[in-house]
Design a protein around this ligand. Structure first.
Ligand SMILES: *[C@@H]1O[C@H](CO)[C@@H](O)[C@H](O)[C@H]1NC(C)=O
Ligand SMILES: *[C@@H]1O[C@H](CO)[C@@H](O)[C@H](O)[C@H]1NC(C)=O
Ligand SMILES: *[C@@H]1O[C@H](CO)[C@@H](O)[C@H](O)[C@H]1NC(C)=O
Ligand SMILES: *[C@@H]1O[C@H](CO)[C@@H](O)[C@H](O)[C@H]1NC(C)=O
Ligand SMILES: *[C@@H]1O[C@H](CO)[C@@H](O)[C@H](O)[C@H]1NC(C)=O
Ligand SMILES: *[C@@H]1O[C@H](CO)[C@@H](O)[C@H](O)[C@H]1NC(C)=O
Length: 298
């Protein structure tokens, strides 16, 4: 049941992306023109998930081209990369966590070559740098695994969105920049800790468990949390409080600000993969079987 729901959701998300520009009537449209906002207003934001993309392809996401809301570029990313989109409705100057469920992450990556998943946030013609939220390819991202959390700062001047910026979490929690669990997104200038690939598979000690599903609760640790906070001023020049609050904290505290008791990394500071490519193969083979099940059965 839960799995079907995700399948439907992904379909809706995919068709939502294709139709965004035509759908000015949809309730929360991240491509709607920007109007000056005040604290507490609702604020739609889009997150695009793009498997296997080389960040240089996303050079097209410039403001003058209309960013992710350029339909030509949307169609190109859908057709060539199977890009998907998720839409969130935020409240201006609230701290919020946008959660990307593991099933949405992993089913976007089935057979992805190279096995990476990039994510960018967008609203109207403003787009963030792309970052990687999942990787089985150490050549591109240094560390491997499923990113636990990252922080997005929405920078607003006099009520109008100017920038969507990632806040570097430095990987202190998982042993620093050289940790095998530290995913580097050089184009976005950030590093963030990941859950090991081996914790996100139905295979234990080489044996696949056929009654296990990526919708099971134990895969909640494999989801990614995007912590959103606001910087700058609203349309009446009131200064936002949530962004400075995040900037004052170090990476440990940010994680605990948004997530209750994430002490999971204590045991992982010296984590070493036996073989990232073998670990990724196990994840991918589980994904293939569940994916066929999920699309074939619908
Ligand atoms: C990404 O594309 C750029 C420009 O085409 C190229 O120089 C670079 O090697 C590519 N990176 C990877 C990891 O394929
Ligand atoms: C920009 O997007 C177009 C499709 O809209 C694509 O053909 C082109 O290759 C992209 N540019 C780069 C640098 O990838
Ligand atoms: C981006 O969109 C805003 C309106 O939402 C417009 O004022 C601005 O000129 C656009 N930027 C570029 C570079 O076209
Ligand atoms: C959309 O992006 C393409 C490149 O991908 C660019 O050539 C085109 O001019 C853009 N369209 C608009 C309306 O900015
Ligand atoms: C990964 O799995 C191991 C063994 O099941 C467990 O001890 C560890 O806490 C898990 N780590 C995370 C980050 O979920
Ligand atoms: C197989 O997966 C199910 C559902 O996640 C779990 O309840 C069961 O304990 C697993 N069996 C083994 C042998 O790991």
């Amino acid at each position: 049941m839960a799995r079907l729901f995700v399948a439907k959701l992904l379909l809706q998300l995919a068709s939502g992306l294709a139709a965004l520009s035509l759908c000015s009537g949809i309730a929360f449209n991240p491509c709607a023109p920007l109007t000056p906002v005040s604290r507490g207003d609702s604020f739609p934001l889009g997150l695009v998930l793009i498997p296997s993309v080389n960040a240089s392809v996303l050079a097209n996401l410039t403001e003058s081209y209309g960013g992710m809301c350029n339909t030509t570029f949307q169609d190109y990313l859908i057709k060539n990369y199977k890009a998907r989109i998720a839409i969130y409705n935020l409240r201006v100057d609230r701290l919020q966590v946008l959660r990307m469920p593991y099933a949405d992450i992993i089913f976007s990556m089935v057979n992805a070559t190279p096995p990476t998943l990039a994510l960018a946030a967008f609203r109207a013609n403003v787009t963030s740098q792309p970052i990687y939220i999942a990787s089985g390819d150490t050549a591109q991202t240094f560390g491997a695994g499923f990113m636990v959390s990252t922080s997005l700062l929405l920078r607003i001047e006099e009520g109008t969105l100017r920038y969507l910026q990632w806040y570097d979490l430095t990987c202190n929690e998982c042993g620093g920049a050289t940790s095998q669990l530290c995913i580097h997104s050089s184009q976005g200038g950030i590093k963030a800790c990941a859950t090991p690939l081996d914790n996100c598979t139905c295979t234990t000690n080489g044996v696949a468990n056929s009654s296990c599903s990526f919708d099971d609760e134990r895969f909640d640790v494999c989801s990614t949390a995007i912590n959103a906070a606001w910087l700058g001023t609203d349309r009446s020049l009131a200064v936002f409080r949530t962004g400075p609050q995040v900037q004052r904290l170090n990476a440990y505290s940010i994680t605990s600000l948004f997530n209750a008791a994430r002490s999971k990394f204590e045991s992982l500071k010296n984590y070493v993969y036996t073989s990232v490519s073998e670990s990724w193969s196990a994840v991918n083979s589980d994904t293939q079987s569940q994916y066929v099940d999920f699309w074939g059965g619908g």
